[in-house]
Ligand binder design. Structure first.
Ligand code: HOZ
Length: 428
């Protein structure tokens, strides 16, 4: 590690002696970008500050939740007020009812919703419900999509699993992994083939309606509706994992943007405003199978935690006025056109995929429609870019296979500074 960052160095050395790899989630270790991580002590607006006092324009946004930026005053005030009234009761609170109301109004397919504490829990629970409702065991997912770290999903998964080059995970029994069929994203023929191969055996199909964990790969026209049609014909429960896209690509999520109705939806990230909240919900007849209305069990001491729920409500309130998504679109489109213009003028083999305020600059000429395409990226070139941008004060996700997130706190001058940094780094 560079001696220029002595505090991060000292703290990370301590961390390594205390936690596996020095981190509490593998993607934070920066292993694939040839550096040790900077430890972050503070965030404000579009910036984070490391332990050595350096400021960075932040496009990680805590991996997606911080659509308002760091320490947004209304979120901070809501958290302070909720914490002062008691941090956890293990009993129902009015705030949970309000968040559930907001979610069900914003996402009409959520006829009933259950709050949990993470996206992993949301996806794991939705899958259990689909298996219970259908009496079937198999699952279809897509290569490079990531639905949290529950056993059934760690098959050809994206995000940190992909970044680390681990195809699955030791500890997942082969009997469980064998029930998961992982197929190429955006390939309806592959889905039809799998459904024909296992008639009456597939409980659920789970998809990120905009893939974000192999880097951003938008659904091709007709892909999501095609999945809906296949699931309808075969009695398969269609689950949209909107943990990233929910309230990111628009109010109502990707299902509103693409006008396709899943049976179940998983949420997380933005709905907790930077605190731990997940949710799953959907068709009433399915959700009523969950305990205590029905026999399918799922529970949590901190589910619907009052402080986390307060952060989520404050975040959604700030997004609700309709202007927020126009502004995000405008700013993200500007950055896209600067970066693609730069690539074109320099003749660089780059491909930028963007949906709303989530984007990835792939170091390949593209197009990138699926994991195989994403893997054509020049990872050494990405690493040089990541390191160069960091040196220019721009903090990107430390992997080619992740999404950058633009927040409402990113001002026009911030984006201009980002484009200027990219110009400099790509020229070098
Ligand atoms: N979904 C996040 C990355 N794409 C997960 C972050 C983590 O694993 O810590």
């Amino acid at each position: 590690m560079s001696a220029e960052f002595p505090q991060s160095q000292r703290l990370f050395e301590q961390a390594r002696s205390l936690m596996p790899g020095g981190v509490n989630s593998p993607v934070r270790a920066w292993q694939s970008v040839g550096l040790n991580p900077r430890l972050i002590v503070r965030g404000q607006g579009a910036r984070v500050y490391d332990a050595d006092g350096c400021a960075y324009l932040d496009y990680l946004a805590s991996w997606g939740p911080l659509i308002l930026g760091h320490a947004h005053p209304e979120v901070v005030a809501a958290v302070q007020e909720a914490a002062a009234a008691g941090t956890s009761f293990g009993a129902s609170t009015p705030g949970e009812v309000e968040l559930a109301r907001l979610l069900t109004q914003a996402v009409p397919t959520l006829e009933l919703v259950r709050l949990v504490t993470s996206g992993t829990e949301a996806c794991m629970s939705a899958l259990r419900l689909a298996r219970a409702a259908t009496g079937r065991s198999r699952l279809i997912k897509f290569d490079g999509c990531y639905h949290g770290h529950a056993d059934s999903f760690l098959v050809a998964a994206g995000s940190g699993v992909l970044t680390q080059g681990i195809p699955g995970s030791p500890g997942v029994p082969p009997e469980i992994a064998g029930l998961t069929l992982s197929l190429p994203y955006n390939d309806l023929e592959a889905v039809r083939g799998a459904v024909q191969r296992y008639p009456g055996e597939i409980a659920a199909l789970i998809v990120e309606p905009v893939a974000g964990n192999m880097g951003v790969a938008p659904p091709q026209p007709g892909f999501l509706q095609g999945l809906r049609d296949i699931c309808d014909a075969a009695g398969i429960i269609l689950i949209f994992d909107e943990v990233i896209t929910g309230f990111r690509v628009g109010w109502g999520g990707a299902q509103a943007l693409y006008a396709v109705r899943p049976d179940l939806t998983c949420l997380g990230k933005i709905i907790g405003g930077g605190l731990p909240v997940g949710a799953y919900g959907g068709r009433r007849d399915l959700m009523e199978r969950m305990a205590p209305s029905g026999p399918v069990y799922q529970a949590g001491t901190l589910s619907g935690n009052p402080v986390a729920v307060a952060a989520g409500r404050a975040t959604l309130a700030a997004l609700q006025d309709g202007k927020a998504y126009n502004l995000l679109e405008e700013r993200a489109a500007w950055l896209e056109s600067e970066l693609t213009g730069l690539a074109r003028s320099r003749g660089l083999p780059l491909c930028l995929n963007r949906v709303g305020s989530m984007l990835t600059l792939f170091f390949t000429a593209g197009p990138v429609h699926n994991l195989e395409d994403a893997k054509k990226s020049d990872l050494a070139a990405f690493t040089r870019f990541f390191q160069g941008m960091l040196a220019q004060g721009v903090y990107l996700p430390p992997s080619q296979f992740e999404a950058w997130f633009i927040s409402l706190a990113h001002t026009e001058p911030d984006l201009e500074a980002t484009a200027a940094a990219a110009r400099k780094v790509l020229a070098g």
